[in-house]
Design a protein around this ligand. Structure first.
Ligand SMILES: [Zn+2]
Length: 708
């Protein structure tokens, strides 16, 4: 997930599993006619989508789990003394069938799902997670890993790193706890999983119940006829009279930008703000307080002072203090800018004789008027200059060719999972094959929301595999025969996702587990970094051409577009920071702290971090902050800001060293993008950058300081 409205998932999962009691029925049906039975014989081991049926996944997953369980047992019970080859390498090579089927299954269930695939997902998810627990908590296996970690007999740097990463993964999961603590850990994990599910259910119910219902059409003034019709439909579907405005997951609601009736804005905002604090089955306060308490206790078992310390240990930041230092440094500039924006809005309210003080629910409504007055930018003016195919070939690919020398050729002979998907073969600067790249840009009902990147096949010298990488997005599909004219945001998404793709395609590592496994606070760096090239004058002029005439975008329109980018950034950064600080404060609680009262805790946390602008509430309030209670971003929401600091810092380095050149691109590829996770991220980045990253670039990009 990104805070720019897109979802990003990298192939960073530890694809490992094992241990189920007996060979399940489905696995017995697994045989040579299953397309996952052997590695694909297509170029780059591309998945044989022309042969894969929905019914092939479940038997292949179950057989994969069983196969890996046997492989893990063989490693754990090997009578020979543990060494790199018979333990770490054997472990690395295990689970190939499971990896093969899971990468394809994950890709298809996200981008082109159906009820049959969803049923398989639901049935297999708990088996996969139990299988993974059985591996990391296998005492015999861990004893071997530990012995090798202690001896460090391995020879080269990547082997050393692989041992470190493997050992840390086991320890992080609780492998070296005493038996009593392991038992307690499993108990806590079970309790947290129950509470997490309760949180999800309550939040879903709260979001539904929090919708704003009215029979007074006049109170919805400002919405378009289409939006009002949709609200009437929504009310009808839920069996209510009149109109229903449903809640989005954020504090601010998109309709607040348009609603002219201040009372309606206030009512909708309050519904949003209090959605999970009304008692009964939609109240999450007790649930999150208990989750926070249990997480702190879980972190204490292996000796960490807080859950945040446990969680951040294997990230680039390494400690909560490092993440806090970044956030604290941003608070002053962000709130100063937001305060200035609030003044502009208050002046506008006063000039219209409003006679009230700006509140959070007024912000978007008046900010939109300020935006129109100041920048006068109409999106319909720019779309004709952004034709998807031209943006892809003459923008996204072109920039990559200039920077890294790689070239692209479309292949229509590789099978795909949906007719919208296109495949390109990527050739390296030296003429050798580098990767396959799939793109699947159009929205459809079978696809999840947002945009993301992942891999069907990861780069690994050990396995002799080259990357097969894909980008997925949700752009509006044009009518047949019409050009796909996309928005400025869509262009940004294409460059963003392709940045993830480049990171995966350039990975030049021996072991599969060192090509993915990118920490959350680093993974968005290559993608956000790649976004910068869309505005590079040479690249922009090459792709932003009128779809009919081929004429370049007029200079005044380009200038207008760039001016509008800095708008409202004080607000945007402050609401993001506020959410990030809340996340961190919750997860800094020590295990012996009492169960908290969420409202009091939230108020104190915001006061402590100096984020107290009434008109700028947190992007998510504690009680509906899905990312941190059920979305995997616990003590990790700071990662968006951390990655942003890095990508702007990296772009600053390029600017200072001649910008878009092959020499700069090749150096960045060699020292950063090709490394996967084969080196510690902080020294890796600092070696390339020749120093520590600073927040200067971020402040400039956000327009919080004057550009140099
Ligand atoms: Zn991303």
């Amino acid at each position: 997930m990104s805070e720019r409205g897109t979802l990003h998932i990298k192939a960073v999962v530890w694809v490992i599993a094992a241990a189920c009691a007996a060979m399940p029925a489905a696995a017995q049906q697994f045989g040579p006619d299953n397309p996952f039975y052997v590695a694909s014989t297509l170029p780059f081991q591309a998945p044989p989508f022309d042969k894969i049926k929905d019914t092939d996944y479940q038997p292949a997953i179950e057989a994969g789990i069983a196969q890996q369980r046997q492989e893990i047992e063989a490693i754990a019970n090997n009578p020979a003394a543990p060494d790199f080859a018979n333990t770490i390498l054997a472990y690395e090579k295990s689970g190939q069938l499971l990896r093969r089927v899971r990468t394809v299954f994950n890709g298809v269930t996200q981008a082109d799902t159906n009820p049959a695939l969803q049923a398989v997902d639901k049935a297999e998810a708990p088996k996969l997670s139990a299988a993974e627990d059985a591996i990391v908590l296998n005492p015999k296996l861990f004893a071997r890993v530990q012995a090798i970690h202690g001896k460090r007999e391995h020879v080269d740097a990547q082997q050393k790193r692989l041992v470190e990463v493997t050992y840390d993964h086991f320890v992080h999961a609780g492998a070296n706890l005493a038996e009593a603590d392991k038992t307690r850990l499993k108990e806590i994990n079970g309790q947290i999983s129950v509470l997490t599910n309760a949180f999800k259910d309550r939040l879903l119910a709260a979001t539904k119940a929090g919708g704003f219902v009215t029979t007074d059409r006049a109170s919805l003034a400002g919405l378009t006829d289409g939006q009002i019709a949709a609200a009437a439909q929504a009310a009808k579907r839920s069996g209510q009279p009149g109109y229903l405005i449903q809640l989005q997951n954020t504090t601010q609601q998109p309709v607040l930008q348009m609603l002219t009736d201040r009372d309606t804005r206030k009512a909708i905002f309050e519904n949003s703000w209090n959605r999970t604090e009304r008692g009964g089955d939609t109240d999450t306060r007790d649930t999150i307080a208990q989750i926070a308490k249990l997480r702190a206790e879980r972190a204490k078992l292996p000796g960490f002072p807080s859950f945040a310390a446990w969680k951040i240990e294997d990230q680039m930041a390494k400690t909560p203090d490092a993440a806090l230092k970044l956030m604290d440094a941003l608070v002053g500039p962000a709130t100063a800018k937001a305060t200035g924006e609030a003044k502009d809005i208050q002046s506008l309210i006063d000039s219209q004789g409003g006679g009230f003080k700006l509140a959070a629910y007024d912000w978007e409504f008046y900010a939109d008027q300020v935006r129109k007055a100041k920048y006068d930018l109409d999106e319909a003016q720019v779309r004709p200059y952004f034709e998807l195919n031209t943006v892809l070939k003459d923008g996204v690919f072109y920039a990559a060719t200039l920077l890294y020398g790689i070239t692209f050729k479309e292949r229509t002979d590789i099978p795909v999972y949906n007719p919208d998907v296109r495949v390109f073969e990527v050739t390296d600067a030296d003429g050798k094959p580098l990767a396959l790249f799939y793109c699947d840009y159009f929205k459809r009902d079978s696809k999840g929301g947002g945009a993301w990147t992942s891999s069907f096949v990861s780069a690994s010298k050990l396995m002799g595999t080259k990357p097969v990488v894909y980008n997925v997005a949700n752009f509006q599909k044009p009518a047949p025969g019409e050009p796909a004219l996309i928005s400025e945001g869509d262009v940004r998404t294409m460059f963003h996702e392709f940045g993830h793709a480049l990171h995966a395609m350039f990975a030049s590592v021996d072991y599969p587990d060192l090509s993915g496994n990118i920490p959350r606070d680093f993974v968005e760096m290559p993608s956000q970094f790649n976004e910068h090239w869309r505005d590079d004058p040479q690249v922009f002029a090459h792709y932003a051409r009128h779809y009919k005439t081929g004429a370049p975008m007029p200079a005044e329109l380009v200038a207008k577009m760039h001016r509008a980018e800095g708008f409202n950034q004080g607000y945007a950064l402050t609401e993001e920071l506020t959410a990030a600080e809340l996340d961190m404060q919750w997860h800094l609680l020590p295990a012996d702290a009492p169960v908290q009262s969420p409202d009091a805790f939230e108020a104190a946390a915001l006061k402590k971090t100096k984020l107290t602008l009434d008109a700028v509430p947190p992007r998510y309030r504690s009680t509906y902050f899905q990312h941190i209670w059920s979305g995997g971003y616990s003590a990790g929401y700071y990662a968006y800001l951390w990655s942003e600091m890095l990508d702007d810092d990296a772009y600053g380095w390029f600017t200072q060293h001649g910008g878009l050149t092959r020499a700069n691109g090749d150096r960045f590829r060699a020292m950063v993008l090709s490394k996967g996770s084969s080196e510690d991220f902080e020294p890796m980045y600092e070696k390339w950058r020749d120093g520590k990253p600073t927040i200067d670039g971020l402040l400039q990009e956000r327009g919080l300081v004057e550009s140099k």
